[in-house]
Design a protein around this ligand. Structure first.
Ligand code: ATP
Length: 879
């Protein structure tokens, strides 16, 4: 079948046509992401006022004849700029890479195969498959639609989902409501469909109003905002001190211009202007590390909040369990059968309770398996068997689609009931899709004899509620309360064995009933199928980690109470007698009662997505910082409400991904815990370099202040101040940002969400250590002045070296808030060791290379002096 755009609707576009189409129509996006060109990033490094003043002052120096000084200062400023540029460029690059990774995708039909491609690569003529939870990637026309409902509120403001069909029906005469048209950016709420793309990018309805949509700015994290604010306060304090120091110098009779240059240099060195940039860099580096642990961060804020998480609410299926289901037990014709075999291998038998192998398929079992195969959207494909595979007759298949449904196909295949045969025997006419609110799914089928049947499968309690008949050994009868009680008991027994149980039912439908909107009733119960979904072994370890880190894991599942409890017990999420709530119990509970018990409940069973929202809200009300996972389209509100919304990379929907702050690429609970750990490490490292930078700057400023108050000549010349800034502020600070974690990261309690960066004694410690650095430097200056008989160059060189060595020693102290320098392995952060060696080499260069001595006005020092410097600098680390 070909359409007007030349697309074969059954095969989609051919990949050969794509490059030309892309050339013709461009990318399918509303706006190009603005990336800052490297030159602009470089020039940005020089735009802050104080650096400009310094460059201005340098020009004056040059004019006054101090050419060497001017060249040296300019060179240092440029070197500083290069360092800032490298940091910022790397950050920009990794943010860009992240944007690429989290970009939306679309499922298109190309060359007859369904492929997932970035949504921006969709071209006109593409066939896009739409399913519940998808965000429509472009504008187009539907040519297939099954119960398709789309939320078009982004375009129309109307939040009630619009029903769509493959035929064009004008609704209310509005183009936007034409029932066969779908639009970019709208959300598929339920059903499925296929569309032919007609417009992309700016040509779409969304594109027409794109001008009205603000480009989303990368929002600053709370920490970045606070540091920005702090930075502004520090600028004022530093400037005030620099002015005082410079003025006192002038009063003492120093040259006005020299003092001005000194004041400005000190301001450049002391103002931690690079702080927000380093924070952003550390956050983005952390985000990159998280990618390696299968976590994609969509919002930087999440990185910070992760470290504060006190509760992690997780889905069960696929996140805590492997989502590799195997049918184990079947209840049919009032008897229980065990199914042997494992995973997706097609070998297996049906064994009766008395240990007999079933050779011939009883009528009831055949019917049950046929229903389970017909009411099913999964597929099994046989892998291309290699020589060895053929020889071994290995019959392991590759499943696609919902693992619950795939498990049913595998079980039926063990009885030689194959999907291809069942589809011929029962042609599907219509589907009432599964959704986690209804907890069941039905298909209307037509048999070879032309009879219509409704096949239903779903949660036992739900399906049982729809049944008024039961079929046992081929005989139909009315279902009694006793039958229901027995079925419920068997369901509970299977649940206690951690089996996920589905019930199956059917009914004959006459033609008149087919348009009945409430078709799922008066069903005939056929049987139960219980499947095992083993817990992930790594989830057990992760749960243990959570407890030792003061975080409570909570399981929220749509599954039955008994199954949920069995899995939770196996993973140690709850203990014997642990409190468990079902969705029904939650509905019957008042808000106050729920708030009173929410802290004790670790397992929620048979819940729907709307319960998830209530649970998040209650936990937040109790002061918790909540991480919450979600996959289905209805989970989006709860994921959005959570402090850290988590969506699933493999089985998640676009809508939930869009609402989430992070995506689990492997859908694995253990990855959430790894992300929390990483979040804590990142925050620790931010604290480490803030402690380092601010203590050092305090030390520098106080040294100058003491010297002025004591009426001494300035201890460091402007050029020395700038060189020191380059050596100490740059590399060691960045290296601290990449420090390996301390041992106790996951054995301490989560930090408070609104905790100030200076809390837990940090502010006091910064000031105290800065004070000690300044005392050591002033002492070195005074002693060398005394023994150097007033040789100012010598005294300044000693003060310069003491100030730098103090800071380099201190950089190692900053690696831990609890352990002293000598308790740490100095080589466990090789970056820091390298940074310190580099800085020390730069210091020796300035002190011993004659050409540099001339520029930096230094003199060579002997061993005894170095011993004095080391003693004074090291004293601060001991006190
Ligand atoms: P979790 O929320 O932990 O992922 P879950 O996968 O069991 O758990 P849902 O997908 O909401 O949660 O399923 C709820 C119930 O609906 C299941 O316990 C099962 O009884 C039933 N169910 C699940 N999948 C299907 C399906 N494909 N068809 C019919 N019923 C299903």
């Amino acid at each position: 079948m070909l359409d007007s755009l030349g697309t074969d609707l059954s095969r989609g576009l051919s990949s050969r046509e794509i490059p030309l189409k892309k050339k013709l129509f461009g990318e399918n996006q509303l706006k190009e992401f603005r990336t800052t060109p490297p030159l602009a990033i470089f020039l940005n490094q020089f735009k802050d006022t104080i650096t400009l003043v310094l460059l201005g002052a340098t020009l004056i120096s040059a004019y006054l004849g101090e050419i060497a000084d001017a060249v040296a200062i300019t060179a240092i400023v440029i070197l500083n700029g290069i360092m800032g540029f490298v940091q910022e460029y790397r950050t920009e690059k990794s943010l860009q890479a992240l944007r690429e990774m989290t970009a939306p995708t679309a499922r298109v039909l190309r060359d007859g195969k369904i492929t997932v491609i970035p949504a921006r690569d969709v071209v006109p003529g593409d066939v896009v498959i739409l399913e519940s939870g998808d965000i429509v990637p472009a504008d187009g026309e539907l040519f297939e639609a099954e119960n398709l409902k789309i939320d078009e509120s982004v375009l129309t403001g109307e939040s009630v989902p619009v029903e769509k069909s493959a035929e064009s029906r004008d609704q209310e005469g509005l183009k936007i409501h034409r029932s066969n048209l779908v639009f970019m950016g709208t959300m598929v709420v339920s059903g499925r469909g296929k569309m032919l793309v007609t417009q992309i990018g700016m040509g779409t309805e969304m594109g027409k109003i794109a001008g009205m949509i603000e480009e989303i700015e990368e929002e600053q994290t709370p920490l970045q905002k606070r540091l920005d604010h702090l930075g502004k306060q520090l600028v004022v304090i530093c400037l005030a001190i620099c002015v005082i120091v410079a003025l006192l110098g002038v009063i003492r009779g120093e040259n006005l211009y020299d003092m001005f240059l000194f004041g400005v240099s000190l301001a450049v060195a002391a103002i931690p202007e690079g702080l927000p940039a380093v924070v952003t860099m550390v956050l983005t580096l952390g985000v990159q590390r998280m990618v390696k642990k299968n976590v994609l961060i969509r919002k930087l804020t999440a990185v910070e909040t992760l470290g504060c998480a006190t509760v992690i609410c997780s889905d069960k299926t696929g996140t805590l369990t492997e989502n590799k289901m195997t049918v184990r037990k079947i209840y049919v014709d009032d008897g229980i059968l065990t199914v042997t075999g494992s995973g997706y291998r097609l070998e297996g038998d049906f064994v009766t309770q008395d240990g007999r192998l079933l050779r011939d398929l009883p009528h009831g079992l055949k019917k049950l398996l046929e229903i389970s195969v017909s009411c099913n959207n999964a597929e099994l494909t046989e892998p291309k068997a290699g020589l060895l595979g053929k020889f071994l007759k290995s019959r392991e298949v590759i499943p696609s689609g919902d693992p619950t449904e795939a498990a049913l196909l595998v079980a039926a295949a063990k009885a030689n009931i194959l999907k291809s045969d069942v589809e011929k025997a029962y042609r599907r006419i219509k589907e009432i899709p599964f959704d986690s609110e209804r907890k069941c799914m039905s298909v209307l089928v037509k048999s070879r004899r032309g009879e219509l049947f409704l096949f239903t499968k779903g949660a036992v309690d739900v399906v049982l509620g729809l049944c008024d008949g039961i079929e046992v050994n081929g005989k139909l009868k009315e279902i009694t309360d006793a039958d229901k009680k027995k079925i419920i008991e068997i369901n509970e027994d299977m649940g206690r064995e951690a089996l996920r149980v589905l019930a199956f039912a059917y009914k004959k439908v006459n033609l008149a009933q087919t348009s009945d909107t409430n078709l799922e009733r008066n069903l005939i119960f056929v049987g139960l199928i219980g499947m095992i979904d083993p817990p992930r072994p790594e989830a057990k370890v992760a749960v243990e980690k959570c407890f030792s880190a003061g975080i409570r894991p909570v399981m929220i599942t749509g599954d039955h109470r008994a199954t949920a409890l069995a899995v939770a017990r196996e993973l140690n999420i709850t203990s014997e007698g642990g409190k468990i709530l079902t969705g029904q119990e939650l509905d019957d509970m008042s808000e106050t009662d729920f708030l009173n018990c929410v802290d004790d409940v670790s397992v929620y069973a048979r819940v729907t997505p709307k319960h998830k929202l209530r649970i998040v809200r209650a936990l937040k009300k109790k002061g918790h910082v909540v991480a919450m996972t979600g996959d289905g389209v209805n989970d989006a509100p709860a994921v959005k409400e959570a402090d850290i919304g988590i969506s699933m990379g493999r089985n998640g929907t676009d809508v939930t991904k869009e609402a989430s702050a992070m995506i689990l690429m492997d859908d694995n609970f253990a990855s959430i815990v790894a992300a929390v750990e990483e979040g804590r490490i990142i925050y620790d490292n931010i604290r480490k370099f803030i402690r380092y930078l601010l203590s050092c700057n305090t030390g520098e400023v106080l040294t100058m202040l003491w010297a002025s108050l004591l009426g001494l000549p300035i201890p460091l010349l402007p050029i020395q101040v700038l060189w020191m800034n380059l050596m100490t502020d740059g590399l060691p600070a960045i290296a601290l940002g990449a420090d390996p974690p301390e041992k106790d990261v996951m054995s301490r309690k989560p930090r408070q969400k609104n905790e100030s960066i200076f809390s837990r004694g940090m502010g006091r410690r910064i000031f105290y250590r800065g004070f000690l650095i300044s005392l050591a430097t002033i002492a070195a200056y005074l002693i060398s002045n005394h023994y150097g008989h007033g040789d100012l160059s010598f005294a300044r060189t000693v003060a310069f070296c003491t100030l730098i060595v103090s800071q380099l020693i201190f950089s190692f102290e900053c690696r831990s808030e609890s352990a002293a320098v000598w308790e740490q392995n100095p080589f466990s952060n090789l970056y820091l060791t390298l940074a310190v060696v580099c800085s020390a080499a730069m210091l020796f260069g300035v002190v011993y290379i004659p050409e540099l001595q001339a520029i930096f006005r230094t003199v060579p020092l002997n061993e005894e002096v170095w011993l004095l410097i080391l003693a004074l600098a090291g004293l601060g680390a001991v006190l």
